[in-house]
Design a protein around this ligand. Sequence first.
Ligand SMILES: NC(=O)C1=CN([C@@H]2O[C@H](COP(=O)(O)OP(=O)(O)OC[C@H]3O[C@@H](n4cnc5c(N)ncnc54)[C@H](OP(=O)(O)O)[C@@H]3O)[C@@H](O)[C@H]2O)[C@@H](O)CC1
Ligand SMILES: [K+]
Length: 504
Amino acid sequence: MIPIYSANEIKQWDAFSIQHEPIASIDLMERASQTFTQRFVAQFSPEQPVYVLAGKGNNGGDGLAIARMLRQHGFDVQVIMPSVHPLSHDCELNYQRWLALGGTVLQIDETNFQFPNIPADAILIDALFGTGLSRLLTGWMAAIVAHINSLPNTVVAVDVPSGLWCDGLTEGDAVIQADYCFTFQCIKLAFMLPENAGYVGEWEVLDIGLHPGFVQQQPPKAGFVTHPLAVLQPIQYDRFAHKGTRGHALLGAGSTAMMGAAVMATHAALRSGAGLVTVATEASAWPLIQQTNPEAICAAKGALANESFQLQRRIKAIGVGSGWVADEEHIQLLAWLLENSSVPLLIDATALSLLVDMLPILELAALRIPIVLTPHVGEFDRLFGHSNNHALRLEKAIHMAKHYRLCIVLKGAYTRIVLPNGHVYFNSTGNHGMAKAGSGDVLAGLMTGLLAQGYAVQDAAILAVWLHGSAGDAAAKAMGTEAMTAMDIAKHLPQAWQHLNYTR
Ligand SMILES: NC(=O)C1=CN([C@@H]2O[C@H](COP(=O)(O)OP(=O)(O)OC[C@H]3O[C@@H](n4cnc5c(N)ncnc54)[C@H](OP(=O)(O)O)[C@@H]3O)[C@@H](O)[C@H]2O)[C@@H](O)CC1
Ligand SMILES: [K+]
């Protein structure tokens, strides 16, 4: 897992590393710049001229060190600096090192604002501002940014695009629109927000060797899950395991016009590893369910509100809502589950809309059993009210998860898994080919199957979201993002499990 820290926490990690490695801050800057340079030369060729735009802080110091290193790699490098003083201590040192190498600096003046002509094939390295941004860029700094953004050149940002507020959204548009951003050691929350996609471009985290002791001492409240095995242990079964010990999942899914949702959720639940999957749905659809998923058991919808059925069948988790319609029957079933269920409950799709009028019983239910909600943005807003942007929506999800003691899986790119303690995991897998009807039903079925096996809600959510995205990636590879369907995601779950078990 890659930690997500705030700008202030990153500063603390920096100081922690300087103290505990120990390492001089100028040497840490040198190491960060070397890492950036290595990554840069792996992608770009010395045929292209490079212009480094360096500011007065340590981000500018990195820029000057990178300029020196790239020149040593045979690149033709020019440095541009706004004439602002004083430079930070390490920026000044790298400025002197650059001059000592025979480098020159094109100074831009506030009063006589003239930007040099940059050839269209040149690559621009943005090292104007990094995590030390303390306010929005205005005046001539904003004018420099606007000028850079008007150029056709490829822009590579050092650590963060200049002007970007690392911890959320940036007001206004005085932010460099980078094509690539090679960021140091941890992910910035801003990268996870769709509104910032045009600024951050393709981002990549570079390990600059900050001291790992900091992460133990101050665990991050948010992280990016690159591989679930770094954060959880999959359940292991021994040779005596049988279908009764692998967990029995009960799905309440499908209605006349949306029976495909039940088919897909069932298919995914069957591929979760669960021993038994029962689908409670309209009797007229049982032949369809059994033709498409012969391993599944069908039951009447009433099974969802039948305690003796659930006890007798040893139901271990229940997932409801995929393909439901909002009618009285489903309201009653959901209310019964919230008031009576003794096993973990997953609430998806239409059942989320029904929850709007049931928040008080949801709150009581969450005192008794683990509950996971799996809304997409529209469902989340219908349930908890509209948010004007994704940063506010995430804040609201954290608030609601804590208040109601829920796990909220807010679906979308970098699906957010918000835990009852307010911690957030962002998922790394998946692609836009998955943004299609039925994709959520597959996730709901898969996650219910994991819950039935005894995974804790947090682990079931992290694992299901990662596997779902990984299956989507496998489907996209095999069929392309256009042609793949939600059912293809479910059908590629075997590849996702293999990917989980054979990579790290
Ligand atoms: N993390 C790590 O371990 C490592 C981090 N490293 C690097 O350090 C970078 C962070 O460096 P940093 O703290 O010096 O901040 P940076 O962004 O260069 O600029 C701050 C300067 O800008 C100024 N300023 C701020 N806002 C402004 C505005 N709106 N308009 C105008 N001015 C404004 C501010 O002035 P002030 O707020 O005091 O007025 C201050 O002078 C980080 O991104 C990474 O590249 C690596 O070298 C090594 C390992
Ligand atoms: K920058």
